[in-house]
Design a protein around this ligand. Structure first.
Ligand code: SIN
Length: 187
């Protein structure tokens, strides 16, 4: 799979087929909302966990010194809390560009409030993408994040902003919070 997934994403779903489109954000899409939406609510998906296993060559790092950002890893019985946005199909040209470094759009069941479940879309960077970095210890992930900066800013700010957003909603994520603590210890 190439680094730039924009062309692949264009072929993935026929967005015109959806009566309404819900997007699930679990990383920067939670706190950096640079697209229009009709509605937004806190939501979760099942059987996936957030991990800092994806390389960032375009936002939080550079081609020579990639940062680490989140992707979703299948994990039975796990629950990943995030934010769901009801959007129009117009926003996907922008989102596909923003998420072009290895992410593909997948369909997913999103659990909204009041026990509503919708079939929506989520960007996932799978292990076969060119920017994938994979598993590493908390300390080496934190060290790489601490030392990376890209056009969207310091890699560590991605972690701090996400951790802050999760806490605001009384949610915990052991992986995210462990990396946040390791980063704070390095400051
Ligand atoms: C997401 O936030 O849903 C995708 C990963 C990212 O952009 O951080």
């Amino acid at each position: 799979m190439p680094f730039d997934t924009q062309a692949l994403n264009k072929q993935r779903q026929n967005l015109a087929d959806y009566d309404e489109i819900w997007l699930f954000g679990y990383g920067s899409l939670i706190y950096k909302v640079d697209f229009e939406y009709e509605a937004s609510e806190f939501a979760y998906i099942e059987n996936y966990a957030r991990r800092f296993w994806q390389g960032s060559h375009d936002h939080r790092g550079t081609p020579d010194n990639p940062g680490r950002v989140l992707t979703l890893i299948p994990e039975k019985s796990a629950r990943c809390f995030g934010r769901a946005f009801k959007v129009s199909h117009d926003v996907f040209a922008h989102l596909d560009h923003r998420e072009k470094n290895g992410y593909l759009r997948d369909e997913i069941a999103i659990q909204l409030t009041n026990n509503r479940v919708v079939c929506g879309l989520v960007y996932i960077a799978s292990p076969d993408n060119a920017a994938y970095l994979g598993e590493a210890s908390i300390s080496s992930i934190a060290k790489q994040i601490f030392n990376s900066t890209g056009p969207s800013g310091k890699n560590r700010d991605y972690v701090y902003q996400l951790a802050h957003a999760l806490r605001e909603h009384n949610e915990t994520d052991e992986h995210v919070f462990a990396i946040e603590q390791a980063l704070i210890a390095m400051e």
